[in-house]
Design a protein around this ligand. Structure first.
Ligand SMILES: CC(C)(COP(=O)(O)OP(=O)(O)OC[C@H]1O[C@@H](n2cnc3c(N)ncnc32)[C@H](O)[C@@H]1OP(=O)(O)O)[C@@H](O)C(=O)NCCC(=O)NCCS
Length: 391
């Protein structure tokens, strides 16, 4: 134990085995259940990828059809959840709303206390179906509109865009969002997945575990980075000298959001894919400005990091997802909920793996140790002075 590094965020410490996904941080490779994400982004769909993550193998056509039907069948939210959403202050952060909605959904689920794999997969299906519906409903409610019912004829990403905007999206737009969902669906033991697994290791249920994941994802160093990337791009709209802006920001101890990664020491493979999508969307939507600005920022930041000897800090998934979502017309504070709408597939797969010890001998409670560095008077303990004597 003494050889373990302390207080460095568990970097390099292996805490469990997993069969769900794999990263080669040096080479910039991400694999879900054996499949490269580039291959899945090109050829799969989010529904198929979610099935793969949950079940460990690709579905046959009947299995995929059945899975897709199951997801579509449970999109509707319980009535009380709409009432709860309507009672919230309009300025509530959508990630807080999403996190609050997860245990509210638990209260309605007859599978909650069923400790079988099948029941947990059913809960996963309900969460995959409903997180987008909650996000879309909140967007409408906070803008004084009624939530829209799901459209049973629309596939997952297209239905989300419809429930969000009230407009049927183009096939290209729905496909691009679907690809984004594939790319964000899992990422080994990232902070939010670890949070889910840690909570479920106590034998807490699926929803309690996922609520922890949503909370962890909201932070600026994790999923919350994408909204902050957009903040930087908006700030840079009128900036003449991006290189100087980057230098000042780093000198002031601030971070360039969407850059750097705890595991990747080269460009994140998801960012590579999203960079191309941003270029394409810039052209097709007539918003090339955002694509140009992102690339200029990347160039300036990479040059500055290189100059400072930090050659491994490169764009991560959040860097190019921000201009992509912006060009899709999605409000900035919904970028992180969209990350959650995708990552829910990975979270649930990891919860199931943890709960049913699918990659280890038996389930075990996470309980790390800490080095005590606080006040210490020996094992006998410090002398307790009555309050009157402490004046
Ligand atoms: C993700 C992240 C926390 C990973 O960090 P890490 O490599 O594990 O380790 P640290 O946070 O300790 O960073 C190491 C050094 O690089 C610097 N650094 C890392 N990312 C940086 C960034 N995006 N901008 C400026 N400096 C950065 C740190 O300031 C630190 O410098 P120091 O050694 O002089 O103190 C970090 O890169 C970051 O904060 N990125 C921005 C937020 C982000 O995009 N998060 C989404 C991740 S998918």
């Amino acid at each position: 134990m003494d050889n373990y590094p302390l207080n460095v965020g568990l970097r390099g410490v292996k805490v469990a085995d997993t069969k769900v996904s794999f990263i080669d941080g040096e080479k910039g490779i991400l694999i879900y259940r054996g499949y490269r994400i580039e291959e899945l982004a090109e050829r799969s769909s989010f529904m198929e990828t979610a099935y793969l993550l949950l079940n460990g193998e690709l579905p046959d056509p009947m299995q995929l059809e059945d899975f897709d039907k199951q997801v579509r069948a449970v999109r509707e939210l319980p009535e009380y959840l709409y009432a709860c959403l309507k009672s919230l202050p309009n300025n509530a952060d959508p990630m807080d709303v999403l996190q609050a909605a997860v245990p509210l959904l638990a209260m309605h689920d007859p599978d909650l206390k069923r400790e079988t794999r099948a029941a947990n997969v059913r809960m996963a299906i309900k969460l995959i179906a409903r997180l987008p519906v909650v996000t879309a409903a909140w967007e409408r409610i906070r803008n004084g509109m009624e939530p829209l019912p799901a459209d049973g004829n629309l596939p997952h990403a297209a239905n989300f865009l419809w429930q969000l905007t009230g407009k049927k999206p183009s096939e290209e737009m729905a496909h691009d969002l679907d690809v984004c969902l594939i790319l964000h669906a899992d990422h080994t033991f990232n902070a939010s997945t670890f949070a889910c697994r840690e909570v479920c290791s106590t034998r807490a249920h699926m929803y309690a575990s996922v609520a922890a994941g949503v909370g962890a994802l909201s932070g600026g160093l994790h999923g919350g980075a994408n909204t902050r990337v957009m903040g930087m791009l908006l700030e840079l709209e009128s900036e003449k000298d991006i290189a100087q802006w980057v230098r000042n920001r780093i000198d002031q101890g601030e971070r360039i959001m969407g850059m750097g990664h705890a595991v990747y020491k080269t460009m994140d493979p998801r960012a590579r894919y999203l960079k191309e999508m941003a270029s394409r969307l810039g052209k097709s939507t007539g918003q090339e400005k955002w694509d140009r600005l992102s690339k200029s920022l990347e160039e300036a930041a990479v040059a500055e990091f290189d100059r400072r000897g930090k050659t491994e800090i490169r764009p991560n998934v959040d860097f190019y997802s921000a201009p992509v979502y912006h060009m899709m017309g999605i409000p900035r504070d919904l970028f992180t909920p969209i990350f959650a709408i995708s990552r829910i597939a990975g979270w649930c797969s990891h919860v199931i793996e943890e709960k049913f010890a699918e990659a280890q001998e038996k389930p075990a409670l996470y309980r790390p140790q800490a080095e005590y560095v606080g006040n210490y008077c020996g094992l006998i303990g410090c002398v307790y002075e009555p309050i009157e004597a402490r004046a």
